[in-house]
Ligand binder design. Structure first.
Ligand SMILES: Nc1ncnc2c1ncn2[C@@H]1O[C@H](COP(=O)(O)OP(=O)(O)OP(=O)(O)O)[C@@H](O)[C@H]1O
Length: 223
């Protein structure tokens, strides 16, 4: 079984400490939900794990392989950034051929959400169409661990439910770390939920804990 471990992660911007000695682990078959207020450092943590952001200290491993930079994470970790990352000028069909090997390509070419988009340039897709294409390309990539930064942002409920379904289906082959302010769906999909605050991660169980830690106000959460 594949295993991702991130340990002793420390990161500051200027004199502001963002992450202080963070430990996080994810197994194949597991979805880890990461919740925190705006600016708490969730994206920074995912970027450090993926290898595109430096840290003062970090120890990231997939199985026995140390991940020191982006090159090390190739075929092991993939990351969905908050902003679109695909080449804007290319048609969707070309993008799929570039990103996926033939076996996995077929699934996407016949996917109900992607098939109608194949002849269109990425730049001409709607925000939600761009997002679902990016997410599916990552989920069907070779990588063993998929880090999704705000996957539910800008997608309709139908597409959001489809993302939840695909993540659950692919979980047997991969591990997922998901952060999104749609906390209800993060709670729904996650096997383990971590709350990032003041540079530290705490494991939480439910919405009541989120209220206790000040992520939700009592009027947001009423049960
Ligand atoms: N390159 C940078 N230089 C300086 N400060 C930065 C940089 N990138 C992020 N920060 C700061 O680090 C903190 C954490 O940012 P990060 O984007 O990781 O937060 P987040 O939890 O993902 O927030 P959000 O939920 O709003 O997306 C913020 O205060 C942000 O302003």
């Amino acid at each position: 079984m594949n295993h991702l471990q991130a340990d002793s992660i420390r990161k500051s911007y200027g004199d502001k400490l963002i992450l202080s000695d963070i430990f996080l682990s994810c197994n194949q078959g597991e979805t880890v939900g990461l919740i925190g207020r705006n600016g708490s450092g969730k994206s920074t943590l995912l970027k450090i794990i993926f290898g595109i952001e430096n840290a003062e200290n970090k120890y990231v491993k997939v199985n026995k392989k140390m991940i020191r930079n982006l090159g090390d994470s190739r075929n092991l970790i993939n990351y969905l950034p908050q902003n679109n990352f695909l080449p804007t000028e290319l048609k969707v069909l070309t993008i799929i051929k570039l990103f996926l090997q033939s076996q996995r390509r077929e699934f996407l070419l016949n996917n109900e959400h992607v098939k109608p988009l194949l002849d269109r340039k990425f730049q001409n897709l709607s925000g939600g169409e761009k997002r679902i294409l990016e997410i599916l390309l990552l989920i069907y990539s070779e990588a063993k661990f998929i880090l999704l930064d705000e996957p539910f942002e800008g997608v309709s409920p139908l597409v959001r439910d489809y993302i939840l379904k695909i993540v659950n289906e692919e979980k047997s082959n991969k591990g997922f770390i998901i952060t999104d302010h749609d906390y209800e769906n993060v709670l729904k999909i996650s096997d383990k939920i971590l709350f990032l605050s003041n540079g530290n991660l705490k494991e939480i169980r439910n919405e009541k804990d989120l209220q206790e830690y000040g992520y939700l106000t009592s009027s947001t959460y009423t049960n």
